[in-house]
Design a protein around this ligand. Structure first.
Ligand SMILES: Nc1ncnc2c1ncn2[C@@H]1O[C@H](COP(=O)(O)OP(=O)(O)OP(=O)(O)O)[C@@H](O)[C@H]1O
Length: 928
């Protein structure tokens, strides 16, 4: 908590008669603790306080203004109406402004974070206006003087730092989006910063990849230039990511601005040491850092050097694939995700690291294998893993603590987190040092952690924090007692003084009791009177009469007690309060000193925090691999996709919980071989497990490339540069596109972007339109992927005709989901067999699903007729001119190119005048 906030705890207008009714409060707080604005007196002209409120509000029109008044943050006017409804708290009306009632609601300061979190989750942004001086000081300026207030912080979804406002196991990115270039050359540059941890990422995407890239980063808030809100691509991608959109003026996006801000942030004269930055990077960085400055009131978060996520080094996963695979976000609230199935981390930072690897699988087989080596080492040495994980459970979230300290929003608890984190890190480093297996990643982690165990600066800092802090430290700096006895002689002296005064106080009470003969006389303390002497009303006369009346001065008479003071008690009180105040001030000075010492080692601490996160992530992956029998995949640059006994990580766990067993299935796609299939057509009845089979293979690719073991008995994966998966319904009715249109748009995206190295997984392509159209489209798409793209792929279909493709396409093959018939019903075996399915069993599946008997019987009858070549109302004529019913040779035909193409091929464009070019264009179009 900031020092500003501590100073402003005193209430401003004690005893104000317009104090609102306590029942109107969201929490039961006595009315006297809640000050009321002098403005809300029934005047029509703005009172000084309301004038101040309106002034602050006018500067922050887009934010709900939390206006500090004593122990409450009050909201007025429209803000109050919106907040009361969003928070479900009572809206009151107090006083008038311009003749109208002023709506008001409020939240207690002590619980403000909870209320703010609710508002942020509902898409609001909050400006926090604090009292910037002690109300007593304001009073001295005159009866009408208003306590100085101003906004000390803007709270937006992407700039949160408090644990209460954040999700612990997830990064909270603020991203700025800069569009550079025109038409087909347009690039979107993204600068993203998690100010709660200091992680700073740069990336870029083409227009078609932007949606997937934003879903990968999952920012909480996206900054976009106002004049780009009209740009369909950025707006649609930003909205689909689920982030809050914050438009900024175009002036905030500038190359020079970005360069300046970056140099300032890292205190460097030239950017060379930080990396290479394109214009687009700098424009995005400029807007990002401007917004950070704006919301943090100039305080700098603990920035890590920007890390570039090179698209070429990642497996590209587009938005639709992310939605299909439910990597981290389920399509149905509460459903399992791949993340929830594989997450065995024990710290929030470890969970964030795991999530980051899962959403950004690598396309660099070298990095993947280094990660796998680390997982393998912790599988091999399970005792080491157990010990490390045991220690990690005690390691707090150092990066978030560091970030709060840097933003001057930290408390003793954050220093405690750094101490405990470094201590845990030291213990882990010692364990790793003693272990024989040392793959590169574990060695790196050990080095980062060991930096705080030696005799140098790092070690000195860790020891200093150990000596300085008590075991369990309080949350706020105003709560004294967190500096351990013996660390600072001055503080010990002041504490001694304060506590010895308390002994003197006890002695004084005993003396007064003996002098007056009132045995029950007590010395008490409250916030209004300070220390006082209290006796029961029956005994008050002893103190008020001679000879004691000279010593005891009467202060207050209550029904149950009479209170007095003495000069001696007043002097003692002043000594105690001074000593306590001095001790608190000394403690706060020591806090600041320790914070500075921590921040001096900011980079090394951030690295240690990252090392712990990495170890937790690797340990978690080793744990799940061992518990669930995953296998290390062979990952290389070949084009193999050879999986034996593959399983779906989430479905397997769900089945095991219910006492069932998952049937492992092979998938052999050899992209390079001439005859070994690179493309499989998967057929089988509904419910037989086709979707599961498709998904599990996509996930095995993702898991392998993120550096995890995979659910299979063996796996050889040649890295895929892009993964396309379209599985399950893709309705986008909200955006006015039918299932078929969505599917066709996505198919177009795949055909345009898949490469030879990609993995394409399609479920029921071509459905949602007339059978022949759908089948024709599916056929043509598969031919294209097979012949032109030459990627690896799996396609599930109910069009059995598609299985004939394998006869003609050398790299295509068929597999089917095995079923068996038993007593007029089908039994799903969930096993994948080589070859096409010969029947679809749709009618039997309908029966299993509970379709009424007579409907199933009639369907069987119609099916029999259809299979015999007749429709339910007479002969059925199938168009025989469909290419798929004739021999599918069209794609192999060596037709001469179209004459228009021929003319274009031989055309010398440079020799044409604009007029000639236009004429030619018209002529070609006509010919076409
Ligand atoms: N390999 C497997 N081992 C055991 N059970 C499985 C397996 N594959 C799928 N199942 C079970 O079968 C159910 C249906 O699977 P899935 O949804 O993949 O079928 P489908 O063929 O895609 O069906 P539809 O065509 O109707 O979408 C799953 O929910 C799962 O419980």
């Amino acid at each position: 908590m900031s020092s500003i906030r501590q100073k402003s705890m005193a209430k401003e207008a004690p005893g104000d008669s317009a104090s609102p009714d306590a029942r109107a409060m969201p929490d039961s707080v006595s009315p006297e603790t809640r000050a009321t604005p002098d403005s809300v007196s029934p005047e029509t002209r703005a009172t000084p306080m309301m004038a101040q409120y309106l002034d602050v509000k006018a500067k922050n029109p887009d934010f709900l203004l939390f206006y500090r008044m004593g122990d409450f943050f009050e909201l007025f006017f429209d803000d109050a109406v919106k907040a009361a409804s969003a928070l479900g708290i009572q809206l009151t009306k107090r006083g008038k402004h311009s003749g109208e009632d002023i709506p008001m609601c409020g939240v207690p300061v002590a619980r403000a974070d909870d209320y703010m979190q609710k508002l942020i989750l509902k898409g609001f942004r909050v400006a926090v206006a604090e009292q910037l001086e002690d109300p007593e000081l304001a009073k001295k300026r005159g009866p009408k003087a208003v306590v100085r207030r101003d906004v000390v912080r803007l709270v937006t979804p992407g700039t949160l730092t408090e644990d209460a406002l954040l999700v612990s196991g997830r990064n909270n990115f603020l991203a700025a989006l800069a569009k550079v270039g025109k038409a087909v050359a347009v690039r979107y540059h993204i600068a993203a910063l998690d100010i709660s941890t200091g992680e700073f990422l740069l990336s870029e995407a083409s227009a078609p990849d932007l949606g997937g890239e934003l879903l990968r980063l999952r920012p909480a808030e996206i900054l976009i230039a106002e004049d780009e809100l009209g740009d369909g691509t950025s707006k649609a991608a930003a909205e689909a990511s689920g982030a809050a959109l914050s438009p900024l003026s175009r002036a905030c996006f500038g190359r020079a601005k970005g360069e300046r801000a970056l140099k300032e942030a890292f205190e460097v004269a030239a950017l060379d040491g930080l990396g290479d930055f394109t214009d687009g990077d700098l424009i995005a960085i400029g807007a990002l850092l401007h917004y950070v400055d704006l919301t943090q009131m100039g305080e700098r978060p603990a920035l890590r050097p920007p890390r570039r996520d090179e698209p070429a080094r990642l497996m590209a996963i587009d938005a639709a694939t992310r939605a299909s695979l439910e990597l981290v976000r389920p399509n149905n609230e509460g459903a399992p995700t791949v993340f929830s199935a594989i997450d065995r981390t024990v710290t929030a930072a470890g969970a964030r690291e795991l999530m980051s690897r899962l959403v950004s699988p690598s396309a660099d087989s070298g990095l993947v294998n280094e990660r796998l080596d680390a997982v393998a080492a912790l599988i091999e040495d399970w005792a080491l893993r157990e010990r490390i994980r045991h220690i990690l459970k005690t390691a707090p979230d150092m990066s978030r603590a560091l970030s709060r300290l840097k933003l001057k929003r930290g408390g003793p608890r954050d220093l405690g987190a750094i101490r405990d984190g470094l201590r845990a890190g030291g213990d882990v480093a010692a364990l790793l040092a003693a272990s024989p297996a040392q793959p590169a990643h574990l060695k790196q982690a050990m080095t980062a952690l060991a930096a705080f165990t030696g005799d140098d600066h790092g070690g000195a800092l860790a020891r200093k924090l150990d000596r300085a802090l008590v075991g369990v430290v309080p949350f706020l700096t105003k709560d004294s007692g967190y500096i351990a006895t013996g660390f600072d002689a001055t503080l010990d002296g002041l504490r001694e003084l304060a506590s010895s005064s308390k002994v003197v106080l006890a002695k004084l009470q005993a003396d007064y009791a003996a002098q007056t003969g009132v045995k029950t006389l007590k010395i008490q303390y409250n916030n209004v009177f300070g220390y006082f002497i209290e006796v029961s009303p029956g005994q008050a006369s002893a103190l008020m009469g001679e000879p004691h009346s000279a010593l005891f001065r009467h202060k207050q008479t209550l029904a149950s007690a009479v209170r007095f003071t003495t000069d001696e008690l007043a002097a003692l009180e002043s000594r105690i309060l001074t000593a306590q105040g001095d001790a608190l001030a000394r403690e706060q000075a020591l806090f600041a000193e320790l914070s500075d010492a921590v921040l001096e080692r900011e980079d090394a601490i951030a690295e240690a925090a990252q090392a712990l996160a990495c170890l937790d992530c690797v340990g978690g992956l080793a744990e799940i691999a061992q518990v669930q029998n995953y296998v290390r995949p062979r990952v290389d640059t070949s084009r193999a996709f050879l999986v034996e006994g593959g399983r779906h990580p989430a479905v397997e766990q769900a089945l095991t919980r219910e006492g069932g067993a998952f049937i492992g299935n092979d998938c052999r796609l050899d992209g390079a071989g001439e005859r070994a299939p690179g493309f499989l057509v998967v057929t089988g009845p509904n419910m037989a497990g086709k979707s599961t089979y498709l998904r599990q293979n996509a996930l095995i690719a993702v898991l392998a490339q993120m550096g995890s073991y995979v659910p299979a008995t063996s796996a050889h994966i040649g890295v895929a540069d892009r993964l396309f998966a379209r599985i399950g319904a893709a309705d986008d009715l909200a955006r006015g596109r039918s299932t078929f249109m969505v599917e066709m748009t996505e198919t177009a995206a795949i055909l345009n972007r898949a490469t030879e190295r990609s993995l394409v997984i399609l479920d029921e392509i071509g459905r949602g339109t007339a059978t022949f159209d759908g089948l024709s489209i599916a056929w043509a798409v598969l031919e294209h992927l097979h012949d032109e793209t030459r990627c690896r792929g799996l396609v599930a279909t109910h069009y059995h005709e598609l299985t004939r493709l394998a006869d003609d396409l050398p790299r295509a093959g068929n597999v089917r989901m095995a079923v068996t018939e038993w007593k007029d019903t089908i039994v799903f075996l969930h096993a994948v067999e080589v070859g096409p399915a010969n029947r679809s069993y749709g009618v039997q599946a309908a029966k299993l699903a509970g379709v009424p008997k007579q409907v199933v019987a009639r369907a069987k009858q119609i099916l029999a007729q259809l299979e015999a070549g007749a429709g339910p109302h007479g002969p059925l004529t199938l168009p025989t001119d469909m290419p798929l019913f004739s021999a599918p040779v069209a794609h192999h035909a060596t037709d001469a190119p179209h004459p228009v193409l021929e003319r274009l091929a031989t055309l010398d464009v440079d020799s044409l005048s604009p007029r000639e070019a236009l004429d030619l264009l018209y002529a070609l179009k006509k010919e076409l």
